[in-house]
Write a protein that binds this ligand. Sequence first.
Ligand code: FES
Length: 111
Amino acid sequence: MTAAAALIALDAIADGAFAEVEAVVEGDADSLVLYRDGAQVRAFLNICPHAGRRLDWAPGQFLKSREGHLVCAAHGASFALDSGDCIAGPCKGDRLRAVPVDVRDGQVYLA
Ligand code: FES
C-alpha cells in the first residue's frame, strides 16, 4: 500500500494566507482552498455556494477582507474561516463545504 501523497508543505503557505491545490475528494478531482492558521490548516472545496464559481480570482489568488474573512471573487460573499459559514453577501446563511485535512511532519494531507 502506498501512502497518500501530501497536498502541500505547511511552509509553502504563509501564516494567515491561502493556497489552492487539486485533490481527489470522494472520487472526484476537486480544487481546494487551504487556509493556514499557525500550525493548523483548514480546507474547503473551492466552490462558492452562491453560484458555484471558484472563490479565487486567479488560480490560488484568494481575497481576504480586513476582518479576516475569505471573500468570493465573483460576487463578494464573505466566509468565516473557522466554520466556512457565509456571513455576508448573496449566500448568507449557507456555507463552504469543509474537507478534513491533517498536518503531519510539516506536510498537509487529506484526513
Ligand atoms: S459565486 Fe461566490 S458570491 Fe456569487
